[in-house]
Design a binder for this molecule. Sequence first.
Ligand SMILES: [Fe+2]
Length: 466
Amino acid sequence: MMAWSMLFGVVVAALAVAVAAAVDATGSVEQIHLSLTGMTTEMAVDFVSTNSSTCNVLYRPQGSSDPYSHAASTVGWHFSEIGFLHQATMKNLKHNTRYQYHIQCADGSSSQTMSFVNAPQREGGLKVAFLADFGLKNDVSIKSLLNASAHNEFDFLILGGDFAYDLMANHSQIGNAFMNTLQPLTSSMPFMPAPGNHEKKDNFTQYYRRFEAVAKNAGAHSGTNSSFFYSWDTDNVHFVAIDTEVYVFYNETQHSPHPFTAEQQLAWLEDDLARAHANRDNVPWIVMFGHKGWYMDFEPDTHHGLQPKPVTNFTGFDALANKYQVDLFLGGHVHIYQRFFPLLGLTPGLQYAKPRDIDKACAADDNHTYRNPKYMTTLIAGSPGDQETTLEGMCLGDEVVEPNIRGTMAECQPNYGYGIMTFPNRTHMHWEWLEVKHGDLLAGGDGDGVDVQRTRNDHLWLIRDH
Ligand SMILES: [Fe+2]
């Protein structure tokens, strides 16, 4: 009798330990970010489980009592500094419908319940935020961005390279903290990336693995199986991500988790743009984004009196962009805001960074409207904030200090901020540059970085009779 009760006690204690272990998971689910797949009935998600290789994403329309749908995840990579990097795809989603979802892992850890609107139909047209060169330190725009996304000011965010400064810094803790800082935004709306030079370390491994859901979904649907370069349609816009770093970091790219050559990217880009251009009746706008613009990354060779050598080689991108009449290019790398006049880019052998032609005639008197420009318009939005700060000295009034590209731009601003673009119809798109100052920078600010002042400091109507 005594032995029985002792055994019973042991069993109860063991069960209690087992239950406690299940509830008291030691791991966490974090760094959750959604991405578009190119299918309007799907939403992809990347996330990290610090402890578990087996997780499930459970989702259903918000407010519904339907049983949850399950999206099993796969692990693309396990790295002790980060955890298990999972990808999953939520499918059979209805348009313009809010879904709630949460993530459960085998170790008992789980996320909180989050939500997103699938394929939102916004009155007035699609709205997209763009920035590049965003660091964890001096992240001036972060509160404004999180606030703007919480207030539904845009439908998704594009980041054109140079993340966190850097993703792998301090044993990946900078990258982990950066992705967690953005999570309130990226778990509630898609986050679409392109690689920059700050992602080159370890052959771009961290960039590729942290955005592997993009490769497996948008990349797969656009024929690249890659998050380095890919495309997708949303509403009336064909978006194209390009990797401007392949020329500079050719060897790293060749040894990346998804190796490719500059020539392969250009061959894919030509095919993609040709199809998008032929599809203008259905999807009139083509917007390309990457890290560097047309005039960046030349190697001057003045000592030997030779022509400078193009490193990024935008000649390849620009020739295709103009052949297929890409409307807009968005980039960063220089930490300022620049709005160029539509221009025809470079040909090899021409003088350093000078465009072949500029279309200023398309600009209305106030310079805030480009009507039927002959060439692609370039916008550089590389100053949401990072540890390198803005390049104060690069602008001279509305102009740029660099003499070789003087006369090419309508605006040059060495301030912090980000852009939001709107696509109301097939002929008009609107861009706004939103300068951000947080409390630390404001006179009288209390230094906690919470007080945010946002000012529209530039805008552009791009009008094209597609
Ligand atoms: Fe850069």
